[in-house]
Design a binder for this molecule. Structure first.
Ligand SMILES: Nc1ncnc2c1ncn2[C@@H]1O[C@H](COP(=O)(O)OP(=O)(O)OP(=O)(O)O)[C@@H](O)[C@H]1O
Ligand SMILES: [Mg+2]
Length: 599
């Protein structure tokens, strides 16, 4: 058994109630309610109306019973008025509830949409590092849960807990006013013990629920990860191992669900017992009253109706209490995401980058992803306007990092990066990124058509321009060979086209973007020599009027560069043209002869 493979999948736990900043949460949500003031007011009126109607209903019932009771033995006339009143009220209370829900749903749905949108936009503002460290799928689950949590909180707090409490108050007052104090006391004691029991038991049950949820999301994340790695699983013949792992997770989940169900049974039975005892006591009192002649039959029916009315919403209390807690915790997790400050920010009133010549300069740049491990050390170089500069060096020496810094995915620890004498960290990020076209080392495509992936470079480009980019990236023949042509779907992350085709699509879309500064990070590494040569020719044409940075392993592709930087462990160790570097007989020359030999 390959049990030494341990993959871990984190997720947010449900926070304890005391840790939830309840009022802060309400304050955050409040503005979303205020957007639709009229709707909120109408919904509240419906709510008040519904409470009024449902509180009056048992009175109508009492009237009906008493009328019948008094008529006993005499000519039996149906007290039609009470019957109609009772029926009308029942319809009225349900209708008002429905009206309230339909009026209010616009409020909750739009709050869900607005918050979801805000989080989405915010996620795109957050720095690259955040996105590299996050857990796949975890964030989208957070947003999903958070927005649903908002919906739940708004609807249940306002329309379930609040009215139940109000109704409770009114009923107790009515009982107090109509009968002796015992009715109110018993009802109150019953409701209080019911609530206390529900909260305590729910609190205890949360452990089981949490465990079941955790195992649920663990087993599904595990299953998804396993399916995403379909090829890897096959390469290493680990189907049985994956299935076994999944089964282990599922078994734990099964047990947690069973525990969860048992604890629910306990909760429900306990609640039923409290209600039963309370009802028995009250009915006994009422029956006694009828026997003594202090109460009518109608009174007894009314007491019973009130109690049922009270206990039905209370029955859901355990569930609602738990769900509200969960909802609050989810909403808070989502808002935490919103509160997260992007690490790379525009300075206040940053001007737009003005590119006239597209000169690039690195001045004594020090950079580290983590403070303990410096990546670039005191790096200085210049790219003159319109020049092509190549960066070469061993794997892991920091070449791609240079590109990421120029694009300002990260801020440097010290030193400056300038474009036409303007520091990249002093201008608007958007304006900076508009001026730079990047073909990254690992191109990832959207799961969309080839056409849309290319047109993404400049969505407002004309069809002709897109075709031109396709031509320049030498994609025409490939596209011509596809039955569906440019409408072919490239599959998830572009996995249904070859590595070289993917690179050419990436090149085409950068050509379409057509910025004054270009950065190619191993942009032709996956191409065969013939395709590479013709693309390089096309690129050389384009690069003539542009400032170009090329990162390459194959030195033959960069012999024509105006300047070549040799980087080793984040330091600039050599610099010059191809001829100069060969003459210097250093790193570059050694690498060159080695590659020549291989060829
Ligand atoms: N986000 C990151 N967090 C921490 N370390 C990183 C991160 N990205 C890269 N590194 C490390 O920084 C170093 C330089 O990475 P970089 O991608 O710049 O190398 P490279 O020169 O482009 O290598 P290659 O030729 O293999 O593409 C590597 O050792 C890498 O492990
Ligand atoms: Mg790299």
């Amino acid at each position: 058994m390959k049990s030494n493979i341990k993959r871990s999948y984190g997720q947010h736990p449900i926070k304890p109630f005391k840790d939830i900043a309840f009022w802060a949460l309400l304050k955050t949500l409040w503005p979303y309610l205020l957007i639709h003031k009229a709707r909120v007011v109408i919904a509240m009126l419906c709510l008040v109306g519904a409470i009024g109607v449902s509180v009056a209903m048992p009175w109508a019932l009492k009237g009906l019973v008493d009328a019948l009771d008094n008529d006993m033995g005499k000519a039996l006339v149906i007290p039609l008025g009470f019957v109609l009143l009772y029926g009308g009220m029942r319809f009225g209370s349900v209708f008002l509830d429905e009206l309230r829900d339909s009026v209010f749903s616009r409020v909750t749905e739009s709050a869900m949409r607005k918050v979801g949108l805000e989080v989405f936009a915010h996620l795109h503002r957050l720095e690259l590092d955040f996105h590299l460290s996050r857990q796949t799928g975890g964030i989208s689950r957070d947003i999903d849960r958070g927005t649903n949590g908002i919906n739940f909180m708004m609807r249940f707090m306002v329309f379930n807990i609040l009215p139940t409490l109000v109704q409770l108050g009114i009923i107790i007052v009515i009982l107090l006013w109509a009968f002796n104090i015992w009715f109110s006391l018993i009802t109150l004691a019953c409701v209080v013990s019911y609530i206390v029991f529900s909260v305590i038991t729910t609190e205890w049950r949360t452990g089981f629920v949490k465990e079941a949820n955790r195992l649920d999301s663990q087993s599904s994340t595990r299953a998804i990860d396993s399916l995403l790695n379909y090829e890897t699983v096959k390469y290493f013949n680990n189907e049985a191992f994956e299935t076994e792992q999944y089964n282990v997770n599922l078994q734990a989940w099964e047990q947690a669900r069973v525990n969860n169900r048992l604890s629910l049974a306990l909760l429900n039975s306990g609640q039923a017992l409290i209600i039963g005892v309370g009802l028995t006591a009250l009915m006994y009192l009422a029956a006694q009253g009828v026997v003594d002649g202090t109460m009518t039959l109608g009174d007894l029916v009314m007491v019973n109706a009130y109690l049922l009315q009270l206990f039905i919403p209370l029955g859901a209390l355990g569930f609602i209490y738990r769900e509200i807690r969960r909802a609050m915790s989810d909403v808070e997790n989502m808002f935490d995401l919103l509160k997260r400050q992007p690490a790379v920010l525009d300075v206040v009133q940053a001007p737009a980058l003005q590119v006239t010549q597209a000169a690039v300069e690195f001045v004594k740049v020090d950079f580290a992803y983590q403070p303990e491990r410096p990546i670039l050390k005191n790096l200085s170089f210049k790219v003159a306007p319109g020049h092509k500069v190549a960066i070469v060096g061993p794997s892991g020496s920091g070449k791609s990092t240079i590109g990421r810094l120029l694009f300002r995915f990260y801020d440097v620890q010290s030193g400056r990066i300038l474009i036409d004498q303007q520091p990249v960290d002093q201008v608007q990020q958007l304006s900076l990124r508009q001026q730079i076209g990047v073909v990254p080392q690992d191109t990832v495509l959207f799961n969309d058509t080839i056409w849309n992936n290319i047109a993404y470079g400049r969505p407002d480009a004309s069809d002709e321009e897109v075709w031109q980019a396709i031509e320049m990236a030498h994609l025409r023949a490939f596209i011509g060979s596809l039955p569906k042509g440019v409408e072919t779907l490239v599959g998830e992350r572009g996995l249904k086209v070859s590595g070289g085709e993917k690179q050419r699509i990436a090149i085409a879309r950068v050509l379409l973007k057509n910025p004054p500064i270009l950065l190619f990070d191993e942009a032709t590494s996956a191409l065969d020599s013939v395709a590479e040569r013709s693309i390089l020719q096309a690129l050389a044409e384009i690069a003539k009027q542009r400032t170009t940075l090329v990162i390459a392993h194959r030195l033959s592709t960069i012999v024509d560069a105006d300047d070549i930087l040799v980087i080793d462990q984040g330091e600039l160790v050599e610099q010059g043209t191809h001829q100069q570097l060969l003459a210097a007989q250093g790193h570059y020359a050694r690498l060159w002869y080695m590659q020549q030999q291989q060829d």
